[in-house]
Ligand binder design. Sequence first.
Ligand SMILES: [Zn+2]
Length: 406
Amino acid sequence: MSIIDEMGTDTSADLRRTNLTRALRAVHLAGGRMSRAELARELSCSRATAAALVGDLSALGLLHELGAVATGRRGRPTPTVTPAVAAPAVVALEVGVERLRIATSTIGGTLEDLAEASLITGSAETVAALAAELLEARIATLGSRCVGVGIGVFGLVEQSNGLVLEAPNLGWRDIDLVSMLHLPSHLPVRVNNVANLVAVADSIRGVGRGCETVIYLHASIGVGGTLVRDGRPLLGRLGIAGEYGHLPLGGADLPCRCGLRGCWETEVDQFALARAAGVGTDARGAATTADEVFRAAAAGDPSAQAAVRVTAAAMGRGLAALVDVHDPDLIVLAGHAAHLHAWAGDIVEDAARSHVLTSHRERLAPIRPTPLGDGAGLLGAAEDLFSLVLSDPVTLARHASGRGDA
Ligand SMILES: [Zn+2]
């Protein structure tokens, strides 16, 4: 009798299922590699119980155990637990303004086979057609190993139905992206805002892990963010909270692509940096132009250096407002916000310090870039899916073995 068949619905089977989930999540969060002894410690169980759980998860085709290797430390050698060779995988897709990026991720959460395609136009039909092509090829390559698709969009996404309510920098309103992708109906799909996904990934694998109150700020073309409390993004009624970029913190009252004036992002994002440096660009050239400004600043170009300073100061000033509102333990930056901090962190922090309330000034919450780099959004899209599928290892194994819901 297989493990799947043994799984009933009584209490002991439920407990077994819960323990299998905890063991699988532990290996996933450890990056897909941990010793059986570490797993036992993590689960607060005996090595024998850990061995039994790993045995069951191996029989399900989810994990694989490598032979015991002596570590040189005291104690018995212990086997190492890794994902199975054909372990389930999810596909992560990021819909940016300039490009699509796609990657595969399996248990352990690293990104594999990262590829990208440039966008010539932001039209939803064109973007969806290219995305569908990339996804179809990737899903076909993975075969039954593919257990879901996580999608990040640079825009506001209604959490309950995945509808892209507004993506000002793509020119989208009320776009049902998922229905335009024609994905296999058995695959779960999640769509989320990239800024939210950066927060999801960093809360699990970055500097925000274990922190109580964290402000995440993600900038590129536009600025978004998320407030995370005890590892949970606070997304609000529609799931679109954290649109920090459209707070009226821009002193120059410039028109924003959202239709308002004076939005913070008009002085902070990649467009703002290009404009401050006196370089004209369109949406699809803004990231490249921003990189060129950073490089020119590093090479000593005075106007590029002034542009970086002005933009970094505008970011710091807005961060001060967010600190006053949320009183965070930590501020985590991603994308262009992290690049600005890397080039002019002292200016960001001085501007933040000089605009916060006195009580915050002497002990300003640390401002850190996410260590996950520019892949944070894709990692978050994968984690968004893993949070769904890892909660039921038996069903996950059924799907990954091609047996579906039968
Ligand atoms: Zn705006």
